[in-house]
Ligand binder design. Structure first.
Ligand SMILES: Cc1ncc(COP(=O)(O)O)c(C=O)c1O
Length: 481
């Protein structure tokens, strides 16, 4: 049996059901601390909320001394709910509405990153309307090529050739305070890319300095790799000499100090998450091909298998480690494909996984799903997204996100279309909520269980009666007015 922090997975599944994400707290904290140690006290670290925005994770991130890189007002609000101060939050994305800017300016966040010349104009106009100063960073595409890595086709940032114009535009506005530059290189697999970027930006800062323009901040983004399956790991300690390298560059150009910032996401959180699913069926598809169907999918559980799979399909697809969690010591005799539970034929989570003969009810663990899974998951096929459990080093578990509710999933349409009256929805909800296990063992129920079931039944009957009355009155009727 696979154990997570000393707890057998069947016990976890018994308590919380499947599919289920298990986040390992010690792994999250140790990675946050490794980043802090590698970069030292002079470099600011801002966790990229987009990677996994769970409030409990944000709370841990705050406790470990990180600030937040937010991609939307939604993420700013999450940061505030996790007790970050507005000055610890930065808003970086390609577009912000006037309302977004109003919110960010009113809250007094640390900075807003402008992604295009149009974005700078838009921020300047909005700041003028609000009569509020807005601190901005200008996002730059350095048009860099380092080996096979390149930023040239990137959709974000202002190409470096236009940066002079961008700075002039920002400085023209009495309401915009230019703070510095931002760069995000996407997936960066080598330290030399950060060093090459540093050289470009130090030169750019020198040009500013010579024009009497003060640059206070330089943000070199995230993009540090985290290994999935048999990919090579990139220990963050490889960046250990970066702070001194950067300082030497600054000194060589005679520049005053700047706040240097990194925004790691997946390198912190990806390896800290384990996805647990139950086998629902196994299928033999001819002599060589085998399929194991599970109760999660590439849509509601591990969407990155679709995103990455599509990108990397020519290289054999992204290969997650899939473990036979309830049969860890059984000989792995079959090579199988893991098929999700939706109708989509692309909904395949891994290929060529060596597994023992699995049976319905066995648990499989899909490793390294702590980032870009929960945040990308959706309700395709109107299936609920999974719950999330945080497990501490002593094996204590706490639910940090519950499974979706149908009422939440339907609400955006029901709110406007009013196809169902509140009673009608309650009837379905109550019917769904009845504890099926207890109904099956009706005879052998304890007194407390019987009471609980009675309560559920009563609530259901009340909802039915109310529905009948409203039907009769022709109010909510059959719900199709
Ligand atoms: C601006 C910015 N910063 C940081 C990150 C985090 O990247 P990663 O998870 O690859 O470290 C992203 C990811 O999209 C980003 O857009």
């Amino acid at each position: 049996m696979l154990m997570i922090e000393g707890v057998p997975v069947d016990r976890i599944v018994q308590k919380y059901g499947t599919p289920l994400y298990v986040m390992v707290e010690s792994e999250i904290r140790s990675r946050l601390r490794r980043f802090k140690k590698t970069f030292g006290p002079t470099i600011s670290l801002q966790y990229a909320v987009k990677c996994n925005s769970n409030l409990e994770i944000l709370r841990i991130v705050r406790e470990e001394g990180f600030e937040l890189d937010c991609a939307s007002v939604g993420e700013l609000i999450l940061g505030l709910l996790a007790d970050f101060k507005p000055r610890q939050l930065v808003l970086t994305n390609l577009f912000k509405s006037e309302q977004d800017l109003y919110f960010a300016a009113k809250m007094g966040i640390q900075a807003i990153t402008a992604d295009s010349l149009e974005d700078i104009e838009h921020i300047a106009q909005t700041a003028k309307k609000l009569k509020k100063h807005i601190d901005i960073m200008i996002r730059v595409n350095p048009m860099l090529q380092v080996g096979s890595w390149s930023s040239r086709g990137n959709k974000y940032g202002i190409p470096i050739g236009y940066i002079g114009r961008a700075i002039d535009l920002a400085r023209k506005s009495p309401y915009v305070d230019f703070q510095g530059f931002h760069f995000f290189g996407g997936y960066v697999y080598q330290t030399r890319v950060y060093k090459a970027a540093a050289r470009v930006f130090v030169k750019l800062m020198k040009r500013c300095f010579d024009r009497g323009i003060r640059v206070r901040r330089l943000d070199l983004g995230g993009g540090f790799p985290a290994a999935v399956g048999d990919e090579h790991a990139f220990p963050i300690e490889k960046m250990k000499d970066f702070p001194s390298y950067f300082q030497r560059l600054m000194d060589r150009h005679g520049l005053p100090p700047v706040d240097l910032i990194f925004e790691p996401g997946k390198a912190i959180i990806l390896n800290a998450g384990i996805g647990l699913m139950k086998v629902i069926a196994r299928k033999r598809l001819g002599a060589k091909s085998r399929m194991v169907n599970v109760d999660g999918s590439s849509y509601n559980f591990i969407p990155d298998t679709l995103v990455q799979g599509a990108i990397k399909v020519s290289e054999g697809g992204l290969r997650y480690d899939v473990l036979p969690a309830t049969q860890m010591n059984a000989p792995r005799i079959h090579s199988v494909t893991i098929g999700g539970n939706t109708c989509d034929c692309w909904d395949l989570m891994a290929h060529g996984v060596e597994l023992p003969k699995l049976h319905a009810g066995d648990i499989v663990a899909i490793m390294d799903v702590g980032g870009y899974a929960q945040v990308l998951a959706n309700n395709f096929n109107t299936i609920k997204r999974a719950a999330v459990v945080m497990i501490s080093p002593d094996g204590k578990m706490r639910l940090v996100r519950r499974r979706d509710r149908y009422s939440e999933m339907f609400a955006p349409e029901l709110d406007v279309l009013k196809l169902a009256g509140p009673n009608e929805l309650e009837k379905y909800n109550n019917l769904y909520r009845v504890n099926v296990d207890q109904i099956w063992k009706e005879g052998g129920m304890t007194k407390a269980e019987r009471k609980q079931n009675e309560r559920a039944k009563k609530a259901f009957e009340t909802a039915e009666r109310q529905l009948a009355v409203s039907n009769k009155n022709g109010m909510e009727g059959n719900g199709r007015r």
